[in-house]
Design a binder for this molecule. Structure first.
Ligand SMILES: NC(=O)c1ccc[n+]([C@@H]2O[C@H](COP(=O)([O-])OP(=O)(O)OC[C@H]3O[C@@H](n4cnc5c(N)ncnc54)[C@H](OP(=O)(O)O)[C@@H]3O)[C@@H](O)[C@H]2O)c1
Length: 320
């Protein structure tokens, strides 16, 4: 499995993993089990996805059946916005490890640089964006406070690597000014409509590995009614003609475009055939001119922007 060596630990993060957002709860355990059988070695979870318990069941079944050992699998999880306070952050990680039924995460990320009012898991889990009154409640918690808790998770052996998600250059540079343990990974939205070249270049300079999410662009947002009217990339003429030329599917071309630029990908599928084909992207190469043609589709379209949830709340404007 092609991988990226992470800074500090040198741990190898697979270039292609499986994304767990919107993986149905009732089929999640089987999906994870079958994904492991198909060769996936990285799973990208989060508190917010609401299926960590089921994903853990699939993982533990695969280990019990002798398909893999725990150390063969790279598990990523994320800290939700309502747990940014120091004491909540550490408790949340432990709560999530318990759901997975594992002793450590290979990578733990701060999901968004947005702190929201705390909601105890006994009251609502996952807490999601909205408080009990149906409104979003940003609170003031410095990122440095959350980062300190993340570092202590490493000290305690609960996370091997830590990182950031949905962060821009200025926040990354700020974290580097005080971090005792630097972020190893940045996970952000990347697809041909949002190519993020300057951010990727910065991460390369800083030796921070980049994982791109929503590699298929609008596809993931159609079911949420949030694809912003953008034409699908999987059906895009440019991607289609490159796929035909290379004898690949459009999905494979979109994934290959990312990994050939050194970006890890974590496609999600609830369909086994698609899940298998998404993994088969490490053994062919797209010519440089085709990579450039695909990058030329960039229109700066960000599909996952929290400000869209409530444009009146400035505290959500992390990409402004
Ligand atoms: N850090 C963050 O804030 C953040 C945000 C978003 C996502 N993520 C992570 O990134 C992962 C991937 O992103 P994503 O789930 O937004 O989107 P994605 O993987 O780009 O796209 C998923 C969509 O594409 C479809 N699909 C998958 N494989 C396909 C194929 N080969 N051919 C045609 N359609 C295909 C899926 O439908 P079917 O299921 O029906 O196949 C689903 O509708 C997430 O699962 C999550 O782990 C992180």
């Amino acid at each position: 499995m092609a991988s990226i060596a992470l800074k500090r630990t040198g741990q190898k993060m697979p270039l292609v993993g499986f994304g767990l957002w919107k993986v149905n709860k009732d089929t999640c355990a089987d999906t994870v089990y079958n994904a492991i059988k198909a060769g996936y070695r990285l799973f990208d979870g989060a508190c917010d996805y609401g299926n960590e318990k089921e994903a853990g069941e699939g993982l533990r079944r695969a280990i019990a059946d002798g398909l893999v050992k725990r150390e063969d699998i790279f598990i990523t999880s994320k800290l939700w916005n309502t747990s940014h306070k120091y004491e909540h952050a550490k408790a949340a990680a432990k709560y999530q490890l318990n759901l997975w039924g594992i002793d450590y995460f290979d990578l733990f990320l701060i999901h968004f640089p947005i702190a929201l009012e705390y909601i105890d898991p006994s009251v609502k889990f996952p807490a999601e964006w909205w408080g009990l009154d149906g409104k979003i409640h940003p609170v003031k918690v410095p990122y440095s406070e959350t980062w300190k808790a993340m570092e202590e998770l490493v000290d305690e052996g609960l996370a091997k690597n830590i990182g950031m998600s949905n962060a821009q250059g200025s926040l990354i540079l700020d974290v580097l000014s005080y971090a005792r343990i630097e972020p190893a990974v940045l996970q952000v939205e990347i697809h041909p409509y949002l190519t993020q070249e300057p951010l990727i270049k910065l991460c390369k300079l800083l030796n921070i590995a980049v994982t791109g999410y929503s590699s298929f662009g609008p596809q993931s947002y159609v079911e949420l009614g949030a694809s912003k009217g953008a034409a699908g990339l999987l059906e895009h003429d440019t991607i289609k003609s490159i796929a035909d030329k290379n004898g690949k599917t459009t999905a494979q071309v979109l994934l290959r475009w990312a990994i050939q630029r050194g970006i890890a990908v974590i496609p999600k599928s609830n369909n086994h055939e698609r899940l298998v084909s998404n993994l088969a992207v490490t053994s062919f190469e797209l010519p440089a001119d085709e990579i450039a043609t695909i990058s030329g589709l960039n229109i700066g379209l960000r599909l996952n922007d929290p400000i869209d949830l409530d444009p009146s709340l400035g505290g959500l404007g992390i990409f402004a």
